[in-house]
Design a protein. Sequence first.
Length: 128
Amino acid sequence: MDVLGVSYGGLIAQRLAAAAPERVRRLMPPDAFDGWTERAERLAAEAAVWADPTLSGPELTRAAAVASAGANVWRPEALADHLDRLTRIHFTAEWLRPLRAGILPAARPEDAARSPPPEPLCLKKWVT
């Protein structure tokens, strides 16, 4: 399967690939631009969505994904295709209540800093 995760979902996607590399054909790296000032500026629209008290559940997570599209897709010619793909994703929000309650378990393995991912994940499965 192809696995894409954004933000917390990206950490979960990496854990899935590390735990069962034979099941993952491609892993799309999440948050590749984290820490870049220009990307932070592009994420302002997403921050506004998360602050909107009228949105909740899957409607909120879908709106956040659409609002952050400009931060995640930097080639203008690819943006329409990305937005189209978002219309075909089944968004959930099961993780939202535990996140807001401060009880969502960490997705990063405790030994993540000490353990490099297996070779196939590093060299063969990343999509550029």
